[in-house]
Design a protein around this ligand. Structure first.
Ligand code: MRU
Length: 343
């Protein structure tokens, strides 16, 4: 299994996703501030993995508290720092909330027991994420037909989660079952999660794939070389509108135009029932240099003006199904997502 993130002797170790596939380097975080920096700089990325990192960050922060009377103040400081890193990833806020509840429940314990409880809670969030992804794979593989040709965008695999992956978990499960499938990987500009990370994962798993640039997808759909699209999600509003990596919306429109099913795979922790629709979801804007440079080398005019929204929102009407760990939700999502979350 890939070591996306691990808790080791009161430290958090992450594979540095900025350096893949060229280099397998690891970053060690000894305090919550280093975890926050790692999330912000995308050492670790992908909504569920960010959630796990945030939980570990809270645990690291609490471990450093010296007096019990400082707990609440310290917790607020830690959370404020972590929540400022990546505003779109719902799982970050979800994981912090889980840690807040664990803290409240443990508040009567003595400080050292309380610290142990919070580490246990973070480790449980990590473990549960892997189980959740396997369940998503179990349900999702039923939607994949033999000889399907599947396009995926960004990276929604082991590296984006605690393990196994969501959209890639489905691909994995279908492949392990013996289905003959062809995978197309979108390169996913500007951060190249597809070209760098998904290709790296698929080649390690020995699942055959073809890399394409983002602007080739429409043509391949028209030529019937793509029969299904599956992506992950960063935040899903209660009506099913889905924020995911920039470029997802274009794929969904193209898939609909070409009558190809467009599936979203995500744990229930990605669904934000506080948001009625997608236009309420905060969309992160990242640094201009990510658009101007590849691997630290500028390939345009150095000061050219750019935009860099990291995510877009796909309206629910373009989504054929949302695959969760509790089953497959179909439109209308306002009803099906609520029902599935109560199972
Ligand atoms: O900017 P990133 O790399 O964190 O964006 C990741 C995505 O958009 C993924 O598709 C999403 O988080 C789901 S990962 C299982």
């Amino acid at each position: 299994m890939l070591p996306t993130i691990a808790w080791s002797k009161n430290k958090v170790v992450m594979i540095d996703q900025r350096k893949l596939p060229w280099q397998e380097a690891y970053v060690e975080c000894r305090n919550y501030d280093q975890v926050a920096e790692a999330i912000k700089k995308m050492v670790i990325r992908g909504a569920p993995a960010i959630g796990v990192a945030a939980a570990f960050g809270v645990a690291l922060g609490i471990l450093k508290v010296k007096k019990k009377q400082d707990l609440r103040k310290e917790f607020r400081k830690i959370v404020l720092r972590l929540e400022k890193t990546r505003p779109t990833a719902r799982n970050l806020f979800w994981a912090v909330e889980k840690m807040r509840k664990a803290l409240r429940k443990a508040e009567n314990l003595d400080l050292s027991e309380l610290k142990e409880r919070l580490v246990e809670e973070a480790l449980a969030i990590e473990k549960k994420d892997i189980e959740t992804n396997r369940k998503i794979g179990f349900f999702g593989k039923k939607l994949i037909r033999n000889k399907d040709s599947i396009l995926t965008h960004c990276n929604a695999g082991e590296l984006a989660t605690a393990g196994y992956g969501t959209a890639l978990g489905i691909i994995r499960a279908a492949y392990e079952e013996g289905k003959k499938i062809q995978i197309y990987v979108d390169e996913t500009r500007p951060f190249l999660q597809g070209a760098r990370l998904t290709c790296w994962e698929l080649s390690r798993l020995r699942i055959p794939f073809i890399l394409i640039t983002d602007n080739m997808a429409g043509w391949l759909m028209q030529k019937k070389e793509i029969s299904v699209v599956i992506t992950g999600a960063d935040r899903i509003a209660r009506n099913g509108d889905t924020a995911n990596k920039i470029g997802t919306y274009s794929l969904a429109v193209l898939a609909n135009e070409n009558k190809i099913p467009f599936y979203v795979a995500a744990p229930l922790s990605t669904i934000d029932f506080d948001f009625a629709q997608g236009n309420e979801i905060p969309i992160e804007e990242r640094a201009a240099q990510e658009v101007r440079e590849i691997n630290g080398r500028c390939f345009t005019l150095p000061k050219v003006k750019v935009r860099n929204p990291a995510f877009d929102v796909t309206p629910a009407r373009f989504i054929s199904a949302i695959i969760t760990e509790k089953g497959i939700a179909r439109p209308p999502y306002r009803i099906s997502l609520k029902a599935i979350s109560k199972k």
